[in-house]
Design a protein around this ligand. Structure first.
Ligand SMILES: NC(=O)c1ccc[n+]([C@@H]2O[C@H](COP(=O)([O-])OP(=O)(O)OC[C@H]3O[C@@H](n4cnc5c(N)ncnc54)[C@H](O)[C@@H]3O)[C@@H](O)[C@H]2O)c1
Ligand SMILES: [Zn+2]
Length: 360
């Protein structure tokens, strides 16, 4: 770590320090006497983790089941209590997927007004997306409904330790989910990378590495999400969140985002932002190379839900504007996305076609 990075307060934005390798070897270089938040499933599937951690003389290893339930005040409190002895100069190490990383980020921000944070992302989604950019959050139940990421912080990690061995125990669907988010970044940020990936889809570690570079290119321009530049990373997420919800969260986030990108291409065409040949070719690439599901999957999900439900979900979307117009990320060309206000009549006209699985 550079001297200037060491002078920054814990959690302040700094360029990422990524370290790649096998976990047992990398663990020797991690901060000593940390508090570790460890995904319970990872602990079970990767028995090499505990002995490697033991050599760091951790103050505590707090094992937490992964999954959205980890992003709760209850788990946050468990971490704060377990980490009470950590000094301000100490480090919290999060080993797990995006949920463990998110709750640990909040804990690192709160503990002693901020301690050092280290990510060890064990899902592709966490490696590509959540372990970079400083965001962490827990969900809060409001009037009986869980509101995702309601209590959140920015707290940039001091380092991210990337160990591809963890990805070997993920399901194909989990790997695909992370890869779809990586492709999302190439589609909306970097035409030459997108075309290179189309010619030859990179092996997983390279996909992760290059996606992190892409994400960082936006994060460093807008580390605290003030200018709106980071919003382009929401490509596919407006309609993706609707599909996630109507599936009662049986459709995984990344899969939903994949289909959400298809919806955003349709909306872009309807508004004349996305040229037809571009929309067609990007959809084809997303399906053939990135593993995005076919439109029939979206049709089955939407067929079971009422249009009013879709409208309600879109209206509560945090990106909704005052007159019901949505702020949707649309693709103008490969590598260039922008946020465009979309009136309700636009998606209302497309919905019947999405429900039939027909390309408009
Ligand atoms: N902070 C951000 O910028 C950001 C960005 C994107 C997503 N997120 C958040 O990330 C979360 C989703 O992350 P996720 O998909 O990693 O979910 P997750 O953390 O729930 O992990 C998914 C499942 O995989 C298991 N798992 C983890 N590593 C494994 C491994 N190596 N082998 C086998 N199983 C493993 C977990 O126990 C869990 O059951 C969401 O809550 C989302 O809001 C945050
Ligand atoms: Zn996402």
């Amino acid at each position: 770590m550079s001297a200037s990075a060491q002078q920054l307060p814990p959690g302040a934005y700094r360029p990422p320090t990524d370290v790649w390798g096998g976990f047992a070897r990398l663990a020797r270089r991690m901060p000593r006497e940390p508090v570790v938040v460890l995904d319970a499933r990872v602990a079970r599937l990767h028995p090499e983790v505990r002995p490697a951690l033991a050599r760091l003389a951790p103050r505590a290893v707090i094992t937490v089941p992964g999954g959205e339930a980890a992003k709760s005040f209850r788990v946050l409190e468990r971490i704060l209590v377990g980490a009470a002895s950590l000094p301000r100069a100490g480090a919290l190490v999060a080993i797990g997927g995006g949920t463990i990383g998110d709750v640990a980020t909040v804990a690192a921000h709160l503990l002693k007004r901020g301690v050092g944070l280290h990510h060890v992302p064990t899902t592709v989604l966490a490696a590509v997306d959540s372990s970079l950019g400083g965001k962490g959050a827990v969900d809060v139940t409001v009037s009986g409904r869980a509101v995702k990421n309601l209590a959140g912080v920015f707290h940039t990690a001091e380092a991210c330790w990337l160990c591809p061995e963890f990805f070997t125990t993920l399901s194909d669907a989990q790997r695909r989910e992370g890869a779809i988010e990586a492709w999302k970044m190439a589609v909306c940020l970097d035409a030459s990378r997108f075309h290179a990936w189309c010619r030859r889809p990179p092996p997983l570690p390279r996909l992760v590495r290059e996606a992190r570079t892409l994400k960082e290119s936006v994060v460093r321009e807008d580390p605290y999400e003030r200018t709106g530049l980071r919003k382009v990373l929401n490509f596919g997420h407006t309609f993706g969140h609707v599909l996630e919800s109507v599936s009662r969260f049986r459709l995984a986030h990344g899969e939903a985002v994949g289909l959400g990108m298809v919806c955003a291409l349709d909306v872009g065409r309807a508004l004349g932002v996305t040229p037809e040949p571009l929309a067609r070719s990007v959809e084809e690439v997303l399906q053939r190379k990135a593993g995005v599901r076919e439109r029939a999957v979206m049709a089955r999900l939407l067929a079971r839900s009422h249009a009013s439900e879709v409208g309600g979900l879109l209206a509560t979307d945090k990106k909704a504007g005052t007159r019901g117009e949505l702020q949707v990320v649309l693709l103008a060309e490969v590598g260039r996305a922008r946020v465009v206000p979309v009136a309700p009549r636009i998606w209302q006209a497309l919905l019947p076609l999405w429900r039939k699985g027909v390309r408009p």
